[in-house]
Design a protein around this ligand. Structure first.
Ligand SMILES: Nc1ncnc2c1ncn2[C@@H]1O[C@H](COP(=O)(O)OP(=O)(O)OP(=O)(O)O)[C@@H](O)[C@H]1O
Length: 222
């Protein structure tokens, strides 16, 4: 069982950022990904998350080759992969309370109301979010609290793979530790595979089972 990118070429407006890149994340495994700024780490995350269609190569999810991206991929396939981005402010709808933010992916798949309420309470508890915080909107909480809500949301569908794109870079040490603990517990409970994109060698040495490197991009795309 793995989430695998094979021979990926991908980029923007005719410029390739990734050229023949392959990466595999096994079930239960934590894989680190590092590379210079602009080398395409976030682009590879978007390809693996089925948010960006590669120009060549393909993504396989637990042995099944996936064609296309976003809504061209069935929801029950897309929800097996979750992403935690660097900036929770960019990833969160400012109009939603933290409770509604966590509930969003469950409501999108029309889960019953009682199920959603129970799951939100459970996920919020795991992410250390109190009832008072759940009623607030993003502008009224700290970056760390908002990232914990994004983490809870990312686990709503019990993903098989979680892609963390510099997800704790901006957080203080205690929030970093809490996020790491919640992710590790989820891995131990469900066998979730994790990709950790980071510039921090200490974090990768501590948490990754192995680390892959992306090469420096050609000058034309830097
Ligand atoms: N939506 C986009 N449209 C056009 N170019 C983009 C887009 N997103 C990223 N790029 C370009 O693609 C290249 C790779 O970007 P990407 O964000 O994948 O790199 P990265 O390795 O994650 O960088 P960093 O470590 O700085 O976050 C960069 O040159 C960037 O400017």
């Amino acid at each position: 069982m793995s989430l695998t990118a094979t021979g990926i070429r991908a980029g923007y407006r005719g410029h390739s950022v990734l050229d023949d890149v392959s990466l595999s994340i096994g079930a239960g495994e934590t894989v680190g990904l590092r590379g210079p700024s602009g080398s395409g780490k976030s682009t590879l995350v978007r390809v693996l998350a089925l948010l960006h269609t590669p120009d060549a190569g393909h993504v396989s999810l637990d042995g099944d080759r996936i064609d296309g991206a976003r809504h061209r991929v069935p929801a029950d396939v897309r929800t097996r992969i979750a992403v935690l981005f660097q900036s929770p402010r960019a990833a969160a709808d400012p109009r939603l309370s933290l409770a509604d933010l966590i509930a969003e992916p469950l409501r999108a798949l029309r889960r019953p109301r009682e199920h959603v309420a129970g799951r939100v309470a459970e996920l919020a508890d795991r992410a250390g979010l109190t009832a008072d915080l759940l009623t607030r909107r993003p502008h009224a909480v700290s970056d760390g609290q908002l990232q914990r809500a994004c983490l809870a949301r990312s686990l709503a569908h019990e993903p098989r793979y979680l892609l963390c794109d510099e997800a704790t870079t901006m957080l203080d040490a205690s929030t970093q530790a809490l996020v790491a603990t919640v992710i590790t517990e989820q891995q131990q409970r469900t066998g979730m595979g994790v990709l950790l994109v980071s510039h921090d060698p200490a974090l990768l040495a501590r948490r990754a089972d192995r680390t892959e490197d992306l090469p420096t991009p050609p000058a034309s795309v830097r």
